[in-house]
Design a protein around this ligand. Structure first.
Ligand SMILES: [Zn+2]
Length: 362
């Protein structure tokens, strides 16, 4: 046992610690999001170049599950070096994989996550090496992070991915990478669902609504990004694609449509002449959903609204018990009807998003 780690949450088993949780991935908004977290069902994952200090948040919110995502996925994994470990300079012994994980725990992380490098679609040998090396660690407080190209969840490769991940003795945190939305590729929604069904204890990491679909179909937990760029990974060395970089209005989660919509789109296209729906979450308190401008204050408020609404949806998922699938189907059917109703009221075309359509049909 590690004698030095006064961690707020003693991990008997990371699988039971993660079970049924909605984690929130956040960079600069972490301190604002922390008070919203449910100690039993939530948690916060710190990301970014300048994440909020873990120790400071641990001291302020000792009851909240906190973790930090490594920066390792910026480089490509090889079979010889699937993890990002500091080089041994020959003078001081550099920490090995277990030492890195110990460091995360000592800094206040409730569980550790491997500093895994990025797996392009042709790097099966490197991914197998990552599983093999992680399996040599006999500890129960760690997730094996698998940041990989979206093609791994496509029809051609998903069976191999599942076979590799099923060999891991540690629960897997899976992140798909793409410049845009990985779920927009044909076959990926179905592939992700297969992975959730066949890989025990899966945590879908850096996701959005796909995490709900995964948890309905067997995944253990989900980690949802606050910002669009945190809801998927980008390829090592790549940059995320922004539709309109000049438009700073936030993407707002609209519960009855089951989707994120940019505030400007609501203001200009949907609710220019009819009133926008109001939101009763604890951030909005009955105010309209299209009110957010691109100001830093409005952007933060919108992001916190998203966190609060996702938590409500996640709470409904857990409350549905063994009826998860029929509950989810009902949500998707209602969202389809809401899109049609909105199109009728606004006399505009409001297509049902292809990903929601896939989930409703597969
Ligand atoms: Zn709200």
């Amino acid at each position: 046992m590690n004698q030095r780690a006064p961690s707020p949450t003693r991990v008997a088993d990371v699988g039971s610690l993660m079970a049924d949780r909605l984690l929130t991935i956040s960079g600069s908004e972490a301190a604002a999001a922390a008070p919203l977290m449910d100690p039993a069902r939530g948690g916060l994952v710190l990301v970014g170049k300048k994440p909020a200090p873990l120790a400071q948040l641990t001291a302020a919110y000792p009851e909240v599950l906190l973790m930090r995502e490594p920066t390792s996925a910026r480089t490509v994994a090889t079979p010889e070096a699937p993890f990002d470990l500091p080089p041994d300079d020959g003078l001081l012994a550099a920490p090995d994989l277990s030492g890195i994980l110990d460091g995360q725990r000592e800094a206040g992380a409730a569980a550790a996550i491997t500093p895994t490098r990025y797996f392009p679609s042709d790097s099966g040998a490197a991914m197998e090496a990552a599983v093999r090396v992680a399996n040599s660690l006999y500890r129960r407080d760690m997730l094996l992070w698998i940041p990989c190209e979206w093609k791994w969840a496509g029809e051609a490769r998903v069976a191999r991915l599942i076979a590799i991940l099923r060999r891991s003795r540690h629960p897997v945190a899976l992140s798909l990478a793409d410049r845009q939305d990985p779920l927009a590729h044909k076959g990926v929604p179905a592939g992700l669902r297969r992975i959730a069904q066949q890989v025990d204890g899966l945590v879908l990491w850096r996701t959005d609504l796909a995490g709900i679909d995964a948890m309905v179909h067997g995944a253990s937990a989900m980690a949802v990004g606050v910002l669009p760029s945190q809801r998927h990974l980008t390829e090592a060395g790549g940059a995320a694609f922004a539709a309109r970089p000049d438009d700073k209005t936030p993407h707002v989660f609209v519960r009855h449509l089951l989707r994120y919509v940019q505030a400007r789109k609501m203001q200009e296209r949907w609710f220019a002449s009819i009133p926008a729906p109001v939101c009763e979450c604890r951030i909005c308190s009955g105010r309209p959903l299209d009110r957010f401008t691109g100001s830093p204050e409005d952007r933060t408020a919108a992001h916190l609204h998203n966190v609060a609404e996702l938590m409500t949806l996640h709470g409904e998922l857990l409350a549905s018990g063994i009826a998860r699938r029929s509950w989810w189907r009902e949500q998707l059917d209602d969202a389809r009807a809401a899109h049609q109703a909105l199109a009728g009221r606004t006399s505009t075309d409001v297509p049902f998003p292809p990903t929601l359509n896939s989930w409703a049909k597969i």
